[in-house]
Design a protein. Structure first.
Length: 185
Protein backbone atom coordinates (compact mmCIF):
# COMPACT_ATOMS: atom_id res chain seq x y z
CA UNK A 1 0.00 0.00 0.00
CA UNK A 2 2.83 2.37 0.86
CA UNK A 3 4.45 1.69 -2.47
CA UNK A 4 1.21 2.48 -4.31
CA UNK A 5 0.83 5.76 -2.42
CA UNK A 6 4.43 6.69 -3.29
CA UNK A 7 3.80 6.04 -6.99
CA UNK A 8 0.57 8.04 -6.87
CA UNK A 9 2.32 11.02 -5.25
CA UNK A 10 5.13 10.82 -7.83
CA UNK A 11 2.63 10.66 -10.72
CA UNK A 12 0.76 13.68 -9.37
CA UNK A 13 4.00 15.67 -8.93
CA UNK A 14 5.08 14.91 -12.51
CA UNK A 15 1.63 15.85 -13.82
CA UNK A 16 1.54 19.19 -12.00
CA UNK A 17 5.13 20.01 -12.96
CA UNK A 18 4.55 19.14 -16.61
CA UNK A 19 1.33 21.16 -16.70
CA UNK A 20 3.11 24.20 -15.27
CA UNK A 21 5.96 23.87 -17.74
CA UNK A 22 3.56 23.34 -20.62
CA UNK A 23 1.54 26.38 -19.58
CA UNK A 24 4.69 28.50 -19.39
CA UNK A 25 5.83 27.23 -22.81
CA UNK A 26 2.48 28.16 -24.34
CA UNK A 27 2.57 31.60 -22.70
CA UNK A 28 6.10 32.23 -24.01
CA UNK A 29 5.06 31.12 -27.51
CA UNK A 30 2.11 33.49 -27.51
CA UNK A 31 4.44 36.21 -26.19
CA UNK A 32 6.68 35.83 -29.24
CA UNK A 33 3.71 36.42 -31.54
CA UNK A 34 2.09 39.28 -29.61
CA UNK A 35 5.10 41.14 -28.28
CA UNK A 36 4.88 43.55 -25.37
CA UNK A 37 1.57 44.71 -23.94
CA UNK A 38 0.41 48.30 -23.79
CA UNK A 39 -2.46 49.61 -21.68
CA UNK A 40 -3.63 53.08 -20.77
CA UNK A 41 -5.70 54.60 -17.99
CA UNK A 42 -7.17 58.04 -18.72
CA UNK A 43 -6.75 60.64 -15.99
CA UNK A 44 -8.30 63.52 -17.90
CA UNK A 45 -10.43 62.13 -20.72
CA UNK A 46 -10.07 63.40 -24.28
CA UNK A 47 -13.84 63.17 -24.77
CA UNK A 48 -16.82 63.30 -22.42
CA UNK A 49 -18.12 59.88 -23.51
CA UNK A 50 -16.83 56.67 -25.07
CA UNK A 51 -18.60 57.30 -28.37
CA UNK A 52 -16.96 60.67 -29.15
CA UNK A 53 -14.02 60.64 -31.54
CA UNK A 54 -12.63 64.20 -31.30
CA UNK A 55 -9.15 63.39 -32.60
CA UNK A 56 -10.39 63.04 -36.18
CA UNK A 57 -9.31 66.58 -37.03
CA UNK A 58 -5.65 65.60 -36.52
CA UNK A 59 -3.85 64.21 -39.55
CA UNK A 60 -0.32 64.24 -38.15
CA UNK A 61 1.06 62.74 -34.95
CA UNK A 62 4.32 63.87 -33.41
CA UNK A 63 6.12 62.36 -30.47
CA UNK A 64 7.39 65.23 -28.35
CA UNK A 65 9.73 65.16 -25.40
CA UNK A 66 9.60 62.33 -22.88
CA UNK A 67 11.56 62.90 -19.70
CA UNK A 68 12.72 60.73 -16.82
CA UNK A 69 10.72 61.61 -13.71
CA UNK A 70 11.92 58.51 -11.87
CA UNK A 71 15.11 59.85 -10.34
CA UNK A 72 17.38 59.03 -13.27
CA UNK A 73 16.57 55.30 -13.15
CA UNK A 74 15.03 55.17 -16.63
CA UNK A 75 17.55 53.91 -19.18
CA UNK A 76 18.34 56.43 -21.90
CA UNK A 77 17.86 53.59 -24.37
CA UNK A 78 14.12 53.55 -23.62
CA UNK A 79 13.76 57.21 -24.51
CA UNK A 80 15.91 56.70 -27.63
CA UNK A 81 13.85 53.70 -28.85
CA UNK A 82 10.42 55.20 -28.17
CA UNK A 83 10.15 57.36 -31.36
CA UNK A 84 10.71 54.41 -33.73
CA UNK A 85 8.34 52.21 -31.70
CA UNK A 86 5.73 55.00 -31.82
CA UNK A 87 6.00 55.21 -35.63
CA UNK A 88 5.67 51.41 -35.93
CA UNK A 89 2.53 51.39 -33.80
CA UNK A 90 1.01 54.29 -35.78
CA UNK A 91 1.59 52.26 -38.96
CA UNK A 92 0.04 49.17 -37.37
CA UNK A 93 -3.12 51.16 -36.55
CA UNK A 94 -3.15 52.89 -39.98
CA UNK A 95 -2.62 56.29 -38.38
CA UNK A 96 0.46 57.36 -40.30
CA UNK A 97 0.52 61.10 -40.68
CA UNK A 98 -0.57 62.91 -43.80
CA UNK A 99 1.04 66.09 -45.01
CA UNK A 100 -0.81 69.21 -43.93
CA UNK A 101 -3.60 69.34 -41.40
CA UNK A 102 -3.46 69.64 -37.63
CA UNK A 103 -0.73 68.02 -35.57
CA UNK A 104 -1.32 66.12 -32.34
CA UNK A 105 1.73 66.32 -30.10
CA UNK A 106 2.33 63.49 -27.64
CA UNK A 107 4.61 64.24 -24.71
CA UNK A 108 5.18 62.77 -21.29
CA UNK A 109 7.34 61.74 -18.41
CA UNK A 110 8.38 58.32 -17.19
CA UNK A 111 6.99 57.77 -13.69
CA UNK A 112 8.21 54.21 -13.11
CA UNK A 113 10.62 51.76 -14.71
CA UNK A 114 11.10 48.18 -13.59
CA UNK A 115 13.30 45.33 -14.80
CA UNK A 116 12.66 41.71 -13.86
CA UNK A 117 14.92 40.07 -11.30
CA UNK A 118 16.31 36.56 -11.64
CA UNK A 119 13.64 35.32 -9.22
CA UNK A 120 11.06 37.04 -11.40
CA UNK A 121 12.30 35.15 -14.44
CA UNK A 122 11.95 31.86 -12.55
CA UNK A 123 8.41 32.61 -11.45
CA UNK A 124 7.37 34.58 -14.51
CA UNK A 125 8.92 37.94 -15.27
CA UNK A 126 7.17 41.25 -14.96
CA UNK A 127 8.84 44.26 -16.49
CA UNK A 128 7.08 47.54 -17.01
CA UNK A 129 7.38 51.22 -17.56
CA UNK A 130 4.69 53.73 -16.66
CA UNK A 131 4.46 57.18 -18.22
CA UNK A 132 2.15 60.14 -17.65
CA UNK A 133 1.25 61.13 -21.21
CA UNK A 134 -0.41 64.25 -22.56
CA UNK A 135 -2.10 64.69 -25.94
CA UNK A 136 -1.58 68.31 -27.00
CA UNK A 137 -2.85 70.40 -29.91
CA UNK A 138 0.51 71.50 -31.29
CA UNK A 139 -0.77 74.79 -32.75
CA UNK A 140 -2.45 76.07 -29.59
CA UNK A 141 -0.62 74.18 -26.84
CA UNK A 142 -3.94 73.07 -25.35
CA UNK A 143 -3.74 69.77 -23.48
CA UNK A 144 -6.58 67.60 -24.80
CA UNK A 145 -6.17 64.65 -22.47
CA UNK A 146 -3.91 63.02 -19.90
CA UNK A 147 -3.41 59.31 -19.22
CA UNK A 148 -1.04 56.89 -17.58
CA UNK A 149 0.33 54.59 -20.26
CA UNK A 150 1.97 51.30 -19.32
CA UNK A 151 4.35 49.19 -21.38
CA UNK A 152 4.49 45.73 -19.86
CA UNK A 153 6.17 42.42 -20.57
CA UNK A 154 5.47 39.28 -18.63
CA UNK A 155 7.18 36.69 -20.81
CA UNK A 156 10.94 36.14 -20.74
CA UNK A 157 11.02 36.27 -24.58
CA UNK A 158 9.79 39.87 -24.36
CA UNK A 159 12.21 41.04 -21.68
CA UNK A 160 14.38 44.07 -22.20
CA UNK A 161 14.28 47.77 -22.88
CA UNK A 162 13.22 47.55 -26.57
CA UNK A 163 10.13 45.54 -25.67
CA UNK A 164 9.15 47.97 -22.91
CA UNK A 165 9.47 50.81 -25.46
CA UNK A 166 7.23 48.81 -27.81
CA UNK A 167 4.65 48.26 -25.07
CA UNK A 168 4.65 51.93 -24.09
CA UNK A 169 4.19 52.94 -27.75
CA UNK A 170 1.32 50.44 -28.05
CA UNK A 171 -0.39 52.01 -25.05
CA UNK A 172 -0.04 55.55 -26.41
CA UNK A 173 -1.24 54.68 -29.91
CA UNK A 174 -4.11 52.57 -28.57
CA UNK A 175 -5.26 55.59 -26.57
CA UNK A 176 -5.12 57.82 -29.66
CA UNK A 177 -6.90 55.19 -31.79
CA UNK A 178 -9.67 54.87 -29.20
CA UNK A 179 -10.58 58.54 -29.80
CA UNK A 180 -9.90 58.58 -33.54
CA UNK A 181 -12.73 57.96 -36.03
CA UNK A 182 -12.96 54.43 -37.34
CA UNK A 183 -12.01 54.07 -40.99
CA UNK A 184 -14.96 53.49 -43.30
CA UNK A 185 -14.54 50.27 -45.26
Amino acid sequence: MRRMTGWLVLAMAVTFTATGCLGRAIKEGVGVARGAKGIYAPIRAVAPDKESRPLGEYTRFELGEFTDDFGGKTPGELLALLPAAFEEQLAAKNLLGLSGGKTLLVRGKILHYEDATMIGFALGPLEETIARVELVDKATGNVLGVANCVGRTDESVNAGVPKKAEGLAKAIVSWIASRYPKKQE
